[in-house]
Design a protein around this ligand. Sequence first.
Ligand code: 13P
Ligand code: SF4
Length: 302
Amino acid sequence: MKEIIEKIKELKEEKKAVILAHCYQNAEIDEVADYVGDSLYLSQMAARTDAEIILFAGVYFMAQTAKILCPDKKVLLPRLESGCLMADMINLAQLREFKAKNPDIPTVCYINSTAEVKSECDICCTSSNALKIVKSLNAEKVLFLPDTYLGKWVEEQLGNVEVITYPGFCPTHLRIREQDILDARKKYPDVKILAHPECHQSVTKLADYVGSTTGIMKYTTEHPDKKYIIATEKGVVDRLQRDYPDKEFILIKDNIVCQNMKWHTLSDILNSLEKEEHEIDVDRDIAGKALNCINRMLEVSK
Ligand code: 13P
Ligand code: SF4
């Protein structure tokens, strides 16, 4: 493994490449990553980098977003299988139908969506800035897609905006059930439960804190408690446990793993850098329109 890591580091330097890794990746990827974080942070880093190659250790829509932000750079995704099941729940025809049923309402798309979908939405958001983005529209009603649970959570938090949601969802986060939270409360009555807003409302309603990947990680570092129950993808628990060994992080249940996020291995990354594959391309016209949607978000979240 040491040898692979060294080879990747050499190639990065030789090819002026940068590696962006999402927190849900296998933790070993951090050994070679230049930036590790949530989807907002990684898109901000993609927008800023002066590297010639961006290798994305994440899912397809993330690499696509990096390509839209940096059309002149080469963007690589080591394993093409790494799609996001939620992003694939809405295509352009479905988006148009959703908008036609609810005309003249601003449309907010979660960054977990395809370039085509982004190209026909007004503004993008991630789980860490969704409240800020919806608020920035100063609208009585907004359309929100594809994640119905994030949309409904935003509606509940803001209280003065009607959020009309598309029925998409994250299969990984929906594995966490209300009963899991009730069981955890019983077993660990004094331990705080932190949940991602992609979880079902029956789960987020019972959590002590609801926030994005970064929000959850920050919460545990800013609070004195020594033990936490984490209701999101396993990668978050692995990183927290590695970085804060004096605290204990309990994954709400065993199978909260996004398999699509776990495809990339260090060997895949080495292979991808050596062969410069798989290159992500986005139609120029679509990319131009999708860029407006992403840039509006980056502007609001500055
Ligand atoms: P974050 O915005 O928290 O990185 O979440 C991305 C994601 O895909 C969560 O399932
Ligand atoms: Fe998509 Fe869910 Fe995986 Fe995130 S955890 S990448 S929303 S399938």
